[in-house]
Design a binder for this molecule. Structure first.
Ligand SMILES: Cc1cc2nc3c(=O)[nH]c(=O)nc-3n(C[C@H](O)[C@H](O)[C@H](O)COP(=O)(O)OP(=O)(O)OC[C@H]3O[C@@H](n4cnc5c(N)ncnc54)[C@H](O)[C@@H]3O)c2cc1C
Length: 399
């Protein structure tokens, strides 16, 4: 653990650190600046102290990790009966970029039953080793025995970084496994960068999207990060260089306390994350007549409807349609937004869209900073005009 210390000889008691601390963790006590337990180590005070009176002190008794013993990047393969979730390819793509910086390789971990063909298909993406654990008891995801396998794989291979998709099962598995190694995990990273000393810079929005936090795990390995679907670019196919490595584990570890009673196949839902064209509505779409016009426009465009958070909060749309920090991340070829201001919490979920057309009455709306086409005007009027223009014309395509 490290902490911040104030050198009373250098401190001029200017009070700047107290004013700037976002956590109210600093106070003047009996003429001395003191740091209290609310400190989150954001280091804002350290960076801005005009007399450089604040420094970081690491606990000398904490043993320093030997980073050279941890190498390569391990990607957890999310799949359902061998059908690989596309987030896996996105993680492999990012892992390859990161591995290149440190001259190391990308490996995958795949757990299941009779999934060798699927494991082999990952070699098309330049993966060095796919560690494959197969057993009938691993056919379906179970948090307890999957964690055992994950731990086993990490113990054998010592990856410096582990990437997991921020899916329902990924969000359950990654923290359990990270806890086994007493290491940190950064959830829902939006940017990942690698330093030459193998420290992973994990960047994600924090405090309601008001800051982009850079999180480092400098004295623990492996470094665990989860990444949402559609945030990174998918790996491209390349020459096969790797191997599928069949792995085994003490059979007793595969016994699970979780019993699958029944598996019911749900009708496949089309998620907004997979849509090529999206039409998103926000608080500026006030009445049902305007909404109906915009929905007709979406139908003509073969687009899916999506929305900002107020639309969900007011009960007009289901939460599955919400884009943003607390909603879904989307990366369509085209998105049209109507009556959405473009707060960071919304744009965090859609700024990867290839083409953004925004409609808003306010010419200063922040969404226009991001939009490729800015339309200043009333949502209902613009939708009506677009429909009229399209009358008798061929239906648009995303290209
Ligand atoms: C922790 C946290 C997480 C959050 N997560 C999300 C999230 O995931 N997704 C999300 O969307 N929000 C999220 N929010 C909320 C976010 O901060 C904003 O409140 C929200 O995005 C605003 O939605 P909006 O743009 O629809 O509404 P507003 O910001 O109210 O904007 C409405 C816009 O409509 C325009 N307008 C008004 N009338 C018309 C008209 N007739 N025609 C055209 N334009 C018109 C206005 O000029 C305005 O720009 C989160 C907030 C917090 C604190």
């Amino acid at each position: 653990m490290s902490g911040l210390v104030i050198d009373p000889k250098k401190c001029t008691r200017c009070g700047l650190c107290i004013q700037q601390c976002p956590f109210n963790a600093m106070a003047m006590v009996e003429g001395q600046v003191q740091i209290n337990a609310a400190c989150k180590m954001c280091r804002m005070c350290l960076r801005n102290c005009p007399s450089q009176a604040i420094s970081e002190q690491t606990n000398a008794s904490e043993p320093q990790i030997d980073k050279s013993k941890w190498h390569d990047i391990l990607v957890y393969v999310e799949h359902s009966d061998g059908r690989i979730h596309p987030v896996t390819l996105e993680l492999i793509g990012k892992a390859q970029e990161l591995a290149q910086v440190i001259g190391q390789q990308v490996n995958c971990l795949m757990i299941g039953d009779q999934i060798e063909a699927a494991a082999d298909s990952l070699l098309d993406y330049g993966v060095a080793n796919v560690y494959l654990y197969e057993d009938p008891r691993l056919k379906y995801f179970r948090a307890d025995n999957y964690t055992e396998v994950f731990e086993d794989c990490i113990q054998r291979n010592h990856p410096t970084v582990v990437l997991v998709g921020a899916t329902v099962s990924g969000r359950s598995l990654a923290p359990r496994t990270a806890a086994r190694f007493r290491t940190g995990l950064t959830a829902d990273c939006t940017v990942l960068e690698m330093r030459e000393n193998t420290d992973l810079v994990q960047i994600r929005p924090a405090f309601g999207g008001n800051i982009m936090a850079q999180i480092l795990n400098t004295n623990h390995r492996p470094q665990f990060a989860t990444v949402r679907y559609k945030v990174m670019d998918a790996a491209q196919k390349q020459a096969r260089i790797g191997l599928v490595v069949s792995c085994s584990i003490d059979s007793a570890k595969l016994d699970s306390k979780i019993e699958w009673l029944k598996i019911e196949k749900k009708e496949q839902e089309v998620s907004i994350s997979d849509a090529e064209i999206l039409v998103a509505v926000g608080r500026g779409v006030k009445d049902e007549k305007t909404l109906a016009l915009i929905e007709t426009l979406a139908q003509r465009l073969h687009a899916q409807m999506a929305c900002s958070r107020p639309f969900v909060e007011s009960g007009r749309y289901d939460v599955k349609k919400q884009i943003g920090l607390s909603g879904r991340t989307v990366k369509p070829k085209l998105i049209l937004t109507f009556g959405i201001s473009g707060t960071i919490q919304f744009t965090a979920g859609m700024k990867g869209a290839e083409k953004i057309i925004a409609v808003n009455t306010d010419p200063q709306a922040p969404i226009f900073d991001l939009a490729h086409v800015a339309v200043v005007g009333d949502a209902g009027l613009i939708a009506e005009n677009m429909l009229k223009e399209m009358e008798g014309e061929a239906v648009c395509s995303a290209n």
